[in-house]
Design a protein around this ligand. Structure first.
Ligand code: FES
Length: 582
């Protein structure tokens, strides 16, 4: 349900005035120190103070250009009469953090929440890009309910190698399999690597970064058109400046995340994810975000809402093109317009612009029907995320049909079990491994608690002896995640995870497993009494970490089926600081 929004009266006293207003010893302390940066006294007169929360880092190369973009945001804030202050926040880089950036999403969200609440910020521009930076800042902002708006760094330009489009991540998986199969030399692999990342920006496929940028826009948390503009296109900088202008008015109106992140917004985002062939990671991040604003979103919502949404965006990893072409074709507004025409969009959902989503997109046009496909020839008829259940995943598991092989969607096979990621790495290239393409590969101990952090290893590479036959896909099942740039008939997020004693923990080599995606079934064909006996004998091989953040993570991370947030971070704690020195 959408809610009517009534702007707050203006002028009124903003929270930043608790730091900067008046002439007490404390306010002079806060204000006087900031003046060492050369700010004139009238900037502290009660105008909106805008925090530009910047996830720039040299070790987050996808966000490496965000300091330049921050300057454009500042220009917009100044123009609109606000006072911009750039604030560095935790940058959970996908390609730097080990064991996996996902282990730090909640830490980043917690740091952002405290940075917003504990400082004189009336409104926030969330300057994000790389996979985890978008959900972590959205989650943190949602838990403060301080007016916030997303602007992403935008995707890289197309990669090109020997006349072929090279998609970030997607071709890394393809080429590494080709090297294993003896179809590509190491030297060619290195040459391809150099062709992959041609400009600043995030992954250029519809991977997790582009998916989460699209989710932010579909949720109404970014200005219309934000998701697809390439990082180096001048219009990206225009978008940043317009975002800076807009946040000032949002503060004056007190247009908050809770006004925008309604159930209707989440339902729009889920359907959008089906239409764009978006990453399975969106499932986890949106479940966690919904938990921050008290929306009771479930895995079943993902299946129910996405099931009849055809995938119409022809982008890798499911399709052929890249984000640059998506932008030229009309970007996300053209997709949302199509969903609206088809009755698959709640047109009344509010956005950061103060207008409804339908007001934003109803005039959008599709300029290339090879990239955004017509309704009668979609990439996949049922593009949403399939949520599977059965005795192997009673809490649910997910699969992305648009990235799977149609002939494997109903499959019965013999389990080949890897007890953890190290076991997989040690044995997958062993020519003596008893495996063929009809088998089902099972990987354990890669869930939120088990890995720890739930790494993107669910799309485990096939054994070389299968690859050499020209086989490119097998059914794989795990409690892990999968990179949004990856593909295959891959069952992910099996819940409860093995490290919590879920049934996945007791699958053995030779057990038969049945996957039936049309009927949403994942079944371990072992008598229930035998499963119960094995579970009773099971002992967790993963010790509790001896301290530090790893122990906090282990003790408090929830299951993938509810978004893998920390139990103590669910909900909105508001913007009040509580007891302070005033
Ligand atoms: Fe950062 Fe893909 S690794 S966007």
């Amino acid at each position: 349900m959408t809610r009517p929004f009534t702007p707050a009266p203006w002028p009124r006293k903003l929270r930043s005035q608790h730091w900067y207003g008046g002439n007490s010893r404390d306010t002079i302390y806060h204000r006087g120190w900031l003046k060492n940066q050369g700010y004139p006294h009238d900037l502290f007169d009660g105008r909106p103070v805008i925090g530009i929360l910047n996830t720039w880092s040299d070790l987050t190369p996808c966000n490496g250009h965000l300091r330049e973009l921050a300057e454009k945001v500042k220009a917009g804030v100044w123009e609109a009469g606000g006072f911009p202050l750039e604030v560095p926040v935790f940058s959970a880089s996908e390609n730097s953090y080990r064991p996996t950036a996902m282990m730090y999403r909640n830490l980043a969200a917690m740091a952002v929440e405290e940075a917003m609440r504990g400082q004189p910020i009336d409104g926030a521009v969330l300057l994000v890009g790389c996979d985890k930076t978008t959900p972590s800042l959205l989650m943190g902002a949602a838990s403060t309910d301080i007016p916030s708006i997303v602007v992403t760094g935008g995707p890289m330009l197309n990669g090109w190698f020997r006349g072929e489009r090279i998609g970030s991540g997607t071709h890394l998986w393809k080429f590494s399999e080709a090297v294993k199969a003896g179809e590509m030399t190491q030297a060619e692999f290195l040459e391809a690597e150099a062709s992959m990342s041609r400009s600043s920006g995030t992954c250029n496929t519809m991977g997790t970064a582009s998916t989460m940028a699209s989710m932010a826009e579909a949720l109404g948390m970014a200005l219309s058109g934000n998701a697809a503009i390439p990082a180096v296109d001048s219009r990206r900088r225009v978008m940043a400046q317009l975002t800076g202008r807009r946040i000032v008015q949002m503060v004056k109106d007190d247009l908050k995340p809770s006004d925008i992140l309604t159930r209707a917004a989440f339902e729009n985002a889920i359907r959008t994810n089906g239409a764009i062939g978006g990453s399975t990671n969106a499932v986890i991040h949106l479940l966690a975000l919904a938990g921050r604003v008290g929306i009771d979103l479930t895995l079943d919502d993902w299946d129910r809402l996405g099931r009849d949404v055809p995938t119409i965006v022809n982008l890798m990893p499911s399709g052929r093109y890249l984000m640059e072409e998506f932008f030229y074709a009309g970007g996300l507004p053209a997709v949302l317009q199509r969903l609206g025409e088809a009755g698959l969009l709640d047109r009344e959902a509010l956005t950061v612009s103060g207008r409804t989503i339908w007001e934003e997109v109803r005039e959008a046009r599709n300029w290339n029907e090879d990239v955004i496909l017509p309704a009668d020839r979609p990439l996949t008829e049922q593009g949403g995320i399939a949520v599977l259940r059965g005795n192997l995943a009673p809490g649910g598991a997910v699969l992305k049909p648009s990235a799977a092989s149609p002939h494997l969607l109903v499959h019965r096979g013999r389990a080949v079990v890897f007890e953890d990621i190290d076991d997989y790495k040690a044995r997958i290239e062993d020519e003596a491994l008893d495996i063929d393409e009809t088998c089902i590969m099972v990987l354990k101990m890669c869930g939120p608690r088990g890995y720890p952090g739930m790494a993107e290893v669910g799309n485990m590479g096939l054994p070389p002896k299968v690859l050499r036959k020209g086989i490119t896909d097998m059914v794989r099942i795990s409690d892990a995640r999968m990179s949004g740039t990856a593909y295959g008939t891959v069952v992910l997020h099996a819940s409860p995870e093995a490290a919590r004693g879920g049934p996945l923990a007791v699958v053995r080599d030779g057990d038969m497993i049945e996957l039936d995606v049309p009927n949403r079934r994942l079944h371990l064909d072992v008598p229930e009494t035998e499963i119960a006996r094995r579970l009773a004998d099971w002992r967790n091989p993963a010790p509790r970490p001896p301290g530090g953040y790893a122990q906090l993570f282990h003790d408090h991370v929830e299951g993938a089926e509810t978004g893998a947030d920390f139990d103590f971070l669910r909900g909105c704690r508001g913007r009040e600081v509580g007891k302070d020195s005033h």
